[in-house]
Structures are given as structure tokens and as C-alpha cells.
Design a binder for this molecule. Structure first.
Ligand code: GCB
Length: 612
């Protein structure tokens, strides 16, 4: 029988990802053609290119729709839009950083470029892939709509049908709209700047008639509570094809002579095979193996690390050994350029700073970062907490919002499930206590666990502050593997010496992690340590916080202070010290390290030497 209750959820799923298909695993390892570079743009605050003067969506063939190529037939022909080199913008990249007139812009920008493309084989599939567009993207090719997608930090792709593709001068248009809405994820209110545009790579991906859609390759995780056994390691996973076939699927790891092949039963193969002499991935030795996944007509190369992660009692256990997380939180923003991070060089710079701090862990806040970041974390040996932007006051009672959050969760996991560095999926940050919120958040936590049982699930929980005892009893902690909280004693509550008397307790027998702690300082502003926004105040804050951390209960397993680099935030309007910046970075917006950087570095260096 048709279930009417399901209807809103189904409809919303269609709007959120209309035309989009399951994400292709490891897009960079495929046959790709970059569409990055200079594109044309039109700023369209009133969405004139989308709606007519009665505010109705324009007909597909309307010559005034901005997805259509405005060719002036003769000199008397009226054309009120057009694309021109004078209005060019870099892709990938947020628009806000590319021209002073965009610094505060939120709304619609139309992007346009042309490309030539001839498929190598007639019956191959061709996809257009976007690393991310913030927030809503409507994509058109040669006047035809390929699809729409919502969600500013996850990839999506559309297939380009033969009926639309031309060998020359394909007219590609993307409407990118980053307006904020109460019922989106994130919602209206965040403590970061809402950078708009095509912020990540755009690629054409050509695939054979039967192609590899997705694959998972990992070390078989120990059963709950069971110790990891290095003498009994199994590599397992699956390869999912676009359709059933008689072609053989092979997975090989030449360095250890590991080879698997099988003809799929249906469109998926599952494998599980013992392995010997495997060097495990760890922060100390981030060993990655060259892995090839192939069919008779396709070969995809990847670099994959193998490790296990578990919670045993109160400890986080990596490859059978307890690990203390020396973390740092990071926004996907670059200093000194003040823009979204977009490539491998950006990732190297940000993660290089984390290495200088002696970190072994990153909290990639508060949304999934680009794939260069997680791949760089794999190569540099940094454990990762990756998160969806379920932040603060999401509409917890709205089932459509839950569908959107779940979509982003699924996409985050689908893109990065083969990254050894990622040990934690976080389902949200500082969400205010209520019944609907607990229902919403526990559903997300359970969904994350069901989707990927090999990693730990977390969220930044709420704390009950009290001068005698700060208690972590947020019931969401029943659903997470780690009890994580953000704490700001000495910044939002009194002065840093408040830390001296603070006591902490959790009602959960689980690892306790401080997913944030921090204080604001304007780089280069020096005063005594009681002066707010001075580097000295921030350094004092970190000294007191670290002393407090050393007195934590035995389930204390690490921290990821807030944060590596200052970032733009419209909520931070002290006209002398902030000017639109959240100043809690250990590095300022010009890339200069503040005093507190060295305080944290010394703590981490000492913890690194100490056996945990
Ligand atoms: C928090 C939030 C983070 C903010 C930070 C702050 O607890 O999770 O997004 O930026 O505090 O600076 O207040």
C-alpha cells in the first residue's frame, strides 16, 4: 500500500538532488577532463534569468532565460543579458574573494563557459562532476537542464545524454545561489562566512558502457570490544558496477601481491581475503598502498591505507594501541588570500601548519572539506574528524531537513570512505537540547553507524555548566562512540584562571574529547594577559586550559582547539579587534603565528614523546 507519510520525504529528495546520481568513488582516478579555469558570470540578485516578470519560472526555450545562449539576430534584436570576457571569474573559487564588489554578496550568480568534447567511444557515458557548489546549483547544457543540487560541501554529478552533447562549443551554464534559508543545512545562522559559488573542481568524466560506480577497500574491523589481531588481518570490500556484466572485476595491491578477481553476481562483488605482511597506516607511518580496481574496460588507481579504529572502554584505539588525539580544528579558508581552499597546495599549507603544531589529528569543521584535504591527511598521517553542517539551530522538527542532512551525510561518507585518515564521522555541532533534536540527532548518528560501521561516530554535545561540576550528560552521548564537547571557560565564562577550579564529569563510560576550546586575539596586538584580544590573553588562556586538561578524568582522550587560522565571520563586529573576523586562530589572517601557537605546540610536542 502507498505510504502517504513517506511522500514529503520522497519529494524533497528529488528536489535536493534532482537528476544527480550516486557519487563516483575517486573521481580523480578516472578519465577526466577539467572544466576549471575562467568562466563568464552574470550577477542576478533578482533572479531575472530564472523567473519572468510575473515571477514564474521561465520556459526552457525562453530566449531571456540565462541558460540560453543570447545570440543577437540583427542589430535591432533586443537582448538584455549576455556573457562576456569582461565579466570573468575563476573556477574553482568562491566569488566573494574574487572582486571587492562580492565581499558580502549572497544570492545568485550565473556561470557560463563553452567546451568542445568528443567521446572516445560512442556508447561511453559522459558525466559532469562538481566537487561542490554553494548552496544550490541548477545546471544547463545547450539550453537543456541537466539537474539541480542542494548542499554546499558535497560533490554531485549529472549524466550528459548524447541528445544534448555537441562536438563543439557546448554552452554550459550553472546558476549558483547561496542564499540562506531556515530549512536548509546549514540554516540561517552560522559563525562562518557563507562563501558562494562553484567552490570546487568541475570535471567531465568519461566512463565505459559498464563502469565502476563505487568501491570500498578496507581492513576488516575487529568485532566490538575485541582486540585487534595483527596476525589475522583481512582486506575486505566491494566493487559496485553500473549494471550486471560477465566482465571480470579485479582488485590488486601489487606491493604485497594481493590479488582478487571474480565475475559479479548481479552488479556488485564483495570480497574478503586474508593478507600478510601488511604495513599499517598510522600518523607515525602513513603507509599508502597503490591499489587498482579494474574491469575488462576500465582501470582505476587509488592510494589506500589500512588501519583499524575502535573504542575499547574509555580509550580510542588505533591499530590495537590507545591513541591520544592532538588535534586542531580548521575551517576551509586560506590565509593570507582570504578565500576558500581549493587545491592540493592549499591543503598542504594548512596541514603543514598542523604538523608544525605536532598534531596527529584534524577536526575539519563544520562541513565536509574538499577531497584534497582528506587525501593530504592520508599522505601526511593526520587522523580526521569529518562533519556535516548540522550546526546550532537546525529545524529539528522538520522531516524534510532530516532528509537533507541525511543526504549530506551519505555523500560525505560515499566520497571519503576509503580514506584511512578519517576515523570519526560527526553528525553535528552544539545543537540545543530538546526532544525533537534528540530524535533528529540520534537518527543521524544511527544512520552514520549503519552506513559505515568501521568508523567512530561523534558530535559536539552540550555541557551542563556548574561551578562545582561541569557535567556532560547530553543524551545524544548514548548514540555516539565518543563524548565530545566544546568548552570555552575563560573566554565566554569569566577569565582563564576559572579553569583552575573547574571539575569535569561525564555520565558516559566513553572516551572524552574536547572538540573545541579557544580565545580570540588580534595578531600583532600585544598587552598584558588580562587584556582581551591580546596575544598574551590568548596565550594565558591556552596555558590555563592545558593545565586543566592535565587534571581531566581518565577518559580524557584528546582535544582539537578552536582553531588553526582566523576566519571571516559576520557575527564578529568589534570594530577594533575583530572587524568581521573570528580571531580565535593560532595563526592570523596574514599567516603569522600568534603566541598561543607555541603554547599548544609545546604541549603537543610533550604529549607526542609521552607514551599514552
Ligand atoms: C563554537 C562553535 C564554533 C564557533 C566558536 C566561537 O562553539 O562551534 O563554530 O566559531 O564556538 O568562536 O565561538
Amino acid at each position: 500500500m502507498f505510504n502517504k507519510q513517506l511522500l514529503p520525504a520522497i519529494l524533497i529528495l528529488c528536489v535536493t538532488t534532482a537528476g544527480a546520481q550516486d557519487i563516483l568513488t575517486n573521481v580523480m582516478g578516472r578519465k577526466i577532463t577539467s572544466l576549471n579555469g575562467k568562466w563568464h558570470y552574470i550577477v542576478d540578485q533578482y533572479e531575472t534569468g530564472f523567473y519572468d516578470y510575473r515571477f514564474k519560472e521561465r520556459n526552457p526555450s525562453d530566449p531571456e532565460a540565462y541558460w540560453n545562449n543570447p545570440v543577437q539576430k540583427d542589430r535591432s534584436d533586443r537582448k538584455e543579458h549576455g556573457y562576456n570576457d569582461k565579466y570573468s571569474i575563476k573556477v574553482p573559487g568562491d566569488w566573494n574573494s574574487q572582486d571587492a564588489k562580492f565581499v558580502y554578496y549572497e544570492g545568485t550568480l550565473w556561470y557560463q563557459r563553452t567546451f568542445d568534447y568528443q567521446k572516445q567511444q560512442k556508447d561511453n557515458h559522459l558525466f559532469i562532476y562538481f566537487g561542490a557548489v554553494n548552496y544550490k546549483a541548477d545546471v544547463y547544457l545547450n539550453g537543456k537542464k541537466l539537474g539541480a543540487h542542494k548542499g554546499g560541501f558535497t560533490p554531485f554529478q549529472f549524466e550528459i545524454p548524447d541528445s544534448i552533447l555537441q562536438p563543439k562549443a557546448n554552452f554550459l551554464v550553472v546558476k549558483a545561489d547561496n542564499k540562506r534559508y531556515a530549512d536548509e543545512v546549514p540554516t540561517l545562522n552560522t559563525d562562518w562566512w557563507n562563501y558562494g559559488g562553484i567552490t570546487r573542481d568541475v570535471l567531465l568524466v568519461e566512463e565505459p558502457p559498464v563502469f565502476i560506480k563505487a568501491y570500498t577497500i578496507q581492513l576488516h574491523p575487529p568485532a566490538a570490544g575485541e582486540a585487534f589481531d595483527a596476525n589475522n588481518m583481512i582486506i575486505e570490500g566491494s566493487v559496485q558496477l553500473s549494471q550486471s556484466t560477465t566482465q571480470k572485476v579485479t582488485v590488486t595491491i601489487p606491493e604485497i601481491q594481493w590479488h582478487y578477481d571474480a565475475v559479479p553476481d548481479g552488479n556488485t562483488v564483495h570480497f574478503s581475503f586474508p593478507v600478510k605482511n601488511l604495513q599499517l597506516w598510522s600518523p607515525e607511518k602513513p603507509k599508502l598502498y597503490a591499489v587498482t580496481v579494474a574491469t575488462g574496460t576500465e582501470q582505476i588507481k587509488d592510494n589506500i591505507g589500512f588501519r583499524t579504529i575502535q573504542v575499547i572502554g574509555q580509550k580510542i584505539v588505533l591499530n590495537g594501541k590507545p591513541v591520544f588525539l592532538r588535534g586542531i580544528s580548521i575551517h576551509e579558508e586560506m590565509a593570507p588570500e582570504i578565500r576558500r581552499a581549493v587545491n592540493s597546495a592549499d591543503a598542504k599549507k594548512l596541514l603543514g601548519w598542523a604538523k608544525e603544531l605536532h598534531c596527529n589529528m584534524l577536526r575539519l569543521a563544520h562541513y565536509p572539506h574538499n577531497e584534497y584535504m582528506t587525501r593530504m591527511a592520508d599522505s601526511l598521517g593526520l587522523l580526521v574528524w569529518s562533519e556535516i553542517p548540522v550546526y546550532w539551530t537546525i529545524q529539528f522538527s522538520n522531516p524534510e531537513v532530516l532528509v537533507k542532512a541525511k543526504q549530506q551525510l551519505a555523500d560525505m561518507i560515499a566520497r571519503d570512505k576509503n580514506r584511512a585518515s578519517i576515523i570519526i564521522w560527526s553528525v553535528g555541532n552544539e545543537t540545543p537540547l530538546s526532544e525533537p533534536r534528540l530524535k533528529f540527532m540520534s537518527d543521524l548518528a544511527q544512520t552514520a553507524k549503519r552506513t559505515d560501521s568501521t568508523r567512530l561516530i561523534s558530535a559536539a554535545l552540550e555541557v551542563h555548566y556548574n561551578k562545582d561540576m561541569n557535567t556532560i550528560d547530553d543524551q545524544l552521548g548514548n548514540y555516539t562512540d565518543i563524548v565530545a564537547v566544546n568548552e570555552y571557560l575563560g573566554w565566554y565564562g569569566g577569565l582563564p584562571d576559572n579553569c583552575r577550579t573547574a571539575q569535569w564529569k561525564t555520565v558516559f563510560n566513553k572516551p572524552l574529547f574536547f572538540s573545541e576550546t579557544g580565545a580570540g586575539a588580534k595578531g600583532g596586538f600585544h598587552a598584558d594577559s588580562l587584556t582581551r584580544f591580546s596575544e598574551e590573553y590568548q596565550a594565558w588562556y591556552f596555558k590555563e586550559t592545558i593545565a586543566m586538561m592535565k587534571r581531566m578524568p581518565s577518559n580524557y582522550t584528546g582535544l582539537s582547539p578552536w582553531l588553526l587560522v582566523d576566519f571571516r565571520s559576520p557575527r564578529r563586529n568589534n570594530p577594533v579587534y575583530q572587524e568581521g573576523w573570528n580571531r580565535k586562530g593560532l595563526i592570523d589572517q596574514s599567516g603569522k603565528k600568534k603566541k598561543a601557537f607555541y603554547v599548544l605546540r609545546d604541549y603537543y610536542e610533550a604529549m607526542e614523546k609521552k607514551a599514552f
